[in-house]
Design a protein around this ligand. Sequence first.
Ligand SMILES: [Zn+2]
Length: 431
Amino acid sequence: MARRTILRAGRVVDPVTGVDETADVFVEDGRIVAPWSGGGDAEELVCAGLVIAPGLVDLHTHLREPGFEHKETIESGTRAAALGGYTAVAAMANSEPVADHAGVIHEVRDLAAAAGLCDVFPVGAITKGLEGESLAEIGEMVGAGVRMFSDDGRCVPTARLLRNALVYAKAFDEVVIAEHCEDASLAEGGQMHEGYHSSSLGLRGQPAEAEEIVVARDLAIARLTGSRIHLCHLSSARSVELVRRAKREGVRVTAEVTPHHLVLTDEDLLTYDTNRKVNPPLRSADDRDALRTGVADGTIDAIATDHAPHAIEEKEAEFDQAPPGTIGLETALAAVLTELVEPGILTLPRALEALSSAPARILGAGDHGGPIEPGRPANLVVFDPAVTWLVEAPFASKSRNSAFLGRRLVGRVVHTMLRGELSVVDGKATR
Ligand SMILES: [Zn+2]
């Protein structure tokens, strides 16, 4: 017998079609279908007062498995993702072993399938072992279905190597190279953004130019090769302006920003909170405001978490010893709703586009990101846009290093549906 679910009387917001109306969504055997008459045997979820949207898609998740299971596992990370409203995440390649050949790609995908909570799109490394010397087995990984390649955590060190990677990737239509923009020589030793606050706190600074130099270089090489490039976690106002100009000139560039760079600034480090030590660092209020404008006008395509779990004892170290990174999957939607949609910086459809349909398009995750139409796979999130909650441990993530710890946020996921199966019901994971 067909498995049927009705999401009853929710506010359907579809950033792809522009639909924003109260409606029922009918799901049968994993797909959205046209309304049928009569209720029959269908499971019914009352969604009055709730928003129904395409499931969120994260371009930038560190799941840590294989190799760093004390920080996160694929099971715990995908559970956190489902609870955050995600139906697909791109898992970065800096595991141990590095995902620089098809074997690790298959391992990650198999572990994700066994957990069954969220689709995982493994990202392949650009260079062998992330060492920045020779290209990884890109062709073999494309054959295994990989669509995004990144040495994230490290920057492709030379323009020549980046050019080789972009030319090689261009042979595969749907493949994108994603860059962690950071000039290592300039960033080295930097604990936070270089500016007034780094001086007053006595911490070594990392200037915004460390990012901007690489953004400019990569845009030039993308122009030269005609290839697609995706720029990860932009943090500076000048980076946004460089991308804006390059897009105008027809360079095939997309970009992402994290919720923490959209919300926090270097001033939020006055308490030496290691959970707010991130890479790239939180920058000035002017930078944050330019990032907000960039998302609003589409210069920055996507909001991505850079979910980076670290064990408690690692983050309890002195500020200059603690590893950079914050978890983000369970708070991204609420942070965006609270700090960007509520104050009117982003419309709700634009926020959902940046969290769902835009990243799905960049990643080539065609089953995700809407539209919410008959025949489409039922990958959906249902959230309460009005409920207030306190960000506190425990998390579904194995780690608790959240930059938003202790904050009150508005908006919370109620249900997440992956191909018609509920991965989250009433705010609880189903497995
Ligand atoms: Zn990175």
